[in-house]
Design a protein around this ligand. Structure first.
Ligand code: 5AD
Ligand code: SF4
Length: 385
């Protein structure tokens, strides 16, 4: 314990102190005494790299239809209790415009995984419309599941800048326990999809679920190493939350208690911040759902992104990944006012009018030589976070 505290104090002071897999595991398993030194180290690293800014990403949940059947998710294909919807382009553009007028410059279009029909064409048309209206001043972020490489390439061509795809867990054994074994839930395919995104110029985001039944601290430490190895630009990690209409709910008593899931999530955020100082890390909605002060705590642990929900209220209740999904307020203006207050309560600054590109992305483009051929819209180095 003293040894780990010493290392964390070194990190806080800006001295080199690499954390081994054993250290990561021990920190995740430590008693509450480790939290002070851990969060101080993470805040110091964040302050030296990205500064106090908290960037906004407006989420629009454009469809809740999904071809997958993840054992933990309320939107799984075999849950008949979900009223499936798909927003039309006009509704999506209205939500985006509302966000734009309020100063948001980064928007996440999220859906379950759906192939076929004209869904992708419609998303491409929305991206093209955003590009023609707002040019390079916004970042369009997509989280539409695991899509074939050519589809991802089309979305990028149409104006997508960032893609979020959680690996959910880096441990293949655990992955196979929380997903059906049916050919479309394949860890290697998901990993390959992430590597394709990263190699084709997307700002690439991933993350894991924390507090699954059967998940050990050593598996979580492996998750951190996986995210470092993938060299992601953005991360969203949140606690697993029960949903009564899912198979995983049957083993809910095998998961750590909720408070432990919150504490593990905060420690994972802090450790990832130390390991990857210049990426964007969000304080997720799931964290805010399990803890009323989840936003503040997530920021103090090293997070720098807050995601207000722009989905029209009529659809919101149908995007039920887990029970009790919450928001800091109902309408965007109140979410921004409330978000700003909460950021300031932990001495952070809510930033409007800036897409908040992760510094990591600009740096890796420069090292990989992408910039020499001229940057595509959405690739600009600038902004922070
Ligand atoms: N609890 C918390 N997060 C969940 N997700 C899906 N189901 C749950 C749940 N029960 C997360 C997954 C997915 C993201 C869209 O939502 O990590 O990638
Ligand atoms: Fe579909 Fe994503 Fe839910 Fe899995 S987690 S069922 S892919 S919406």
């Amino acid at each position: 314990m003293k040894f780990l505290e010493g290392k964390l104090d070194d990190i806080a002071a800006g001295r080199e102190a690499p954390l081994s897999r054993r250290d990561l595991t021990d920190i995740l398993e430590s008693g509450p005494g480790i939290d002070g030194p851990l969060f101080r180290a993470a805040s110091a690293v964040l302050g030296r790299n990205s500064g106090p800014g908290v960037y906004l990403r407006g989420i629009i949940e454009i469809s809740n239809a999904c071809q997958k059947n993840c054992f933990y998710c309320g939107l799984r294909r075999d849950n008949p209790g979900v009223a499936r919807y798909r927003m039309n382009s006009r509704e999506v553009m209205e939500a985006l415009t509302h966000g734009w007028n309020a100063g948001l410059r980064s928007f996440l279009l999220q859906s379950g995984e759906r192939l076929g029909g004209d869904f992708i064409e419609e998303v491409c048309a929305i991206l093209a419309e955003c590009r023609s209206r707002w040019g390079d001043s916004v970042r369009m972020v997509l989280s539409l599941g695991e899509l074939p490489a050519d589809v991802l390439d089309r979305l990028r061509e149409a104006g997508g800048s960032r893609y979020l795809l959680r690996i959910e867990t880096s441990d293949r054994g655990l992955y196979d326990r929380v997903h059906p074994c049916d050919g479309i839930h394949d860890w290697s395919a998901r990993d390959a999809c992430l590597r394709h995104l990263r190699a084709t110029g997307w700002q690439t985001g991933s993350g894991v679920l924390i507090g699954f039944p059967w998940q050990t601290a050593s598996v979580l430490a492996g998750d951190l190493e996986y995210l470092v190895d993938l060299d992601i630009d953005m991360c969203g990690m949140g606690p697993w939350i029960e949903h009564k209409d899912t198979p995983l709910d049957k083993v809910r008593e095998q998961a750590p208690p909720r408070a432990r899931r919150v504490s593990l999530t905060l420690r994972m955020i802090a450790l990832l911040r130390i390991l990857m100082p210049d990426i964007n890390i969000s304080a997720t909605t799931a964290l805010q759902t399990l803890d009323e002060e989840g936003l503040e705590k997530g920021l103090e642990a090293g997070g720098n992104v807050f995601m207000p929900n722009l989905t029209p209220p009529g659809y919101r209740a149908d995007y039920n990944l887990y029970e009790g999904k919450t928001a800091v307020a109902d309408d965007l203006e109140s979410m921004i006012t409330e978000g700003r207050k909460r950021c300031e309560s932990v001495r952070r600054l809510l930033v409007l009018g800036d897409p908040g590109d992760p510094l990591h992305y600009g740096r890796r483009l420069a090292t990989e030589g992408w910039m020499s051929g001229g940057a595509a819209p959405g690739d600009a180095i600038g902004g922070r976070g």
